[in-house]
Design a protein around this ligand. Structure first.
Ligand SMILES: Cc1cc2nc3c(=O)[nH]c(=O)nc-3n(C[C@H](O)[C@H](O)[C@H](O)COP(=O)(O)OP(=O)(O)OC[C@H]3O[C@@H](n4cnc5c(N)ncnc54)[C@H](O)[C@@H]3O)c2cc1C
Length: 283
């Protein structure tokens, strides 16, 4: 591993100032479960590492009609939080599919999103739940929908000096669910991830979110599938058509975990199954 400068700021403004000073060549570290592995493997060699774990503004998990998730919330906290279980069970289920208890105790929500792996498990379910990203940097705070946060594999909209402070998630207006397909049930990254949320009323779907992971350079919203779901009564044919559209919208690649053909097929199967589960559970 190359040598690097190390900082441990106690405030957001101090951290932003340090990160900005290195013009994109400094990295924040939270749990370190992605960053340190890349540094040890020589895939990343930042000139500075900024430990953000002492910054109080990045902490907290509170519910007051809507959910505020601090970027430093660990995956284990997400999995265990009574508030999440009560109001956002799909998020707790997603956290439960991730890594091991040791990793989940270190790994953070902010790290999972800012690492921007196409397969990151929290992205599809948080996009399905219409999460808003809270970003702060030298220019102040800005907010944007999480589906606009990712720009490529390992890349986000964050400018040098900016940090993800946390997420705001409104109370869901209907059922939601996350399905992950991976060869091993635990300690394995997704071959395909599907996040779904629906607002259902009298046999129709008033709004739908279909978010896909591991099948494109970034987590992806299948907008044609969403439009199909809201275009008329929720018949079996409509659900099949929506699942097919989701598969057509995905842009997977062949890699060691699965072929593009297999991934696209799994998107269709998982989207259909997920939609059927949500609709039946709501009857
Ligand atoms: C054995 C193992 C199993 C795993 N299993 C899974 C799995 O099942 N599913 C899955 O999705 N992932 C998995 N991961 C990946 C990893 O654990 C998660 O992505 C984790 O949430 C990363 O969080 P972290 O706090 O450790 O991030 P870090 O390693 O600290 O940071 C990751 C990146 O995000 C940046 N960053 C962190 N926080 C912020 C912030 N607030 N603002 C701006 N930038 C920030 C860092 O600079 C770095 O570039 C696994 C990893 C391991 C080692």
């Amino acid at each position: 591993m190359n040598s690097f400068d190390y900082f441990s700021p106690k405030s957001l403004s101090e951290a932003s100032e340090i990160l900005a000073r290195y013009h994109g060549e400094a990295r924040a570290v939270a749990g370190g479960t992605d960053l340190l592995l890349k540094m040890k493997a020589g895939r990343l060699a930042p000139k500075a590492v900024v430990n953000i774990k002492r910054i109080p503004e990045l902490r907290g998990l509170t519910f007051n009609g809507h959910l505020m998730i601090g970027a430093l919330t660990t995956l284990e906290e997400l999995k265990r939080s009574p508030v999440i279980h009560e109001h956002y069970p799909a998020l707790a289920e997603a956290a439960n599919t991730m890594a091991s208890v040791q990793i989940r105790n270190l790994a953070t929500v902010g790290g999972n999103l800012c690492n921007a792996a196409p397969s990151a498990d929290l992205a599809p379910i948080l996009i399905a739940l219409k999460a808003i990203a809270r970003i702060a940097g030298p220019g102040g705070e800005r907010r944007l929908p999480l589906d606009e946060f990712f720009t490529g594999p390992g890349a986000t909209v964050l400018a040098p000096g900016e940090l993800l402070v946390g997420l705001k998630v409104l109370r869901p207006d209907g059922p939601a669910l996350y399905l992950k397909h991976s060869p091993r049930e635990h300690m394995d990254i997704a071959v395909v991830g599907v996040g779904l949320s629906l607002q259902l009323k009298e046999g129709r779907c008033e709004s739908a979110r279909v978010a896909l992971g591991a099948v494109a350079p970034t987590p992806l919203r299948a907008r044609n599938a969403e439009d199909e779901l809201t275009s008329g009564p929720l018949t079996a044919d409509r659900i099949h058509r929506a699942a097919k559209l989701a598969a057509e919208e995905s842009k997977p690649i062949d890699d060691v975990r699965g072929s593009a053909w297999y991934r696209r097929r799994m998107v269709e199967v998982m989207t259909r199954r997920g939609l059927e589960t949500l609709i039946t559970s709501n009857e």
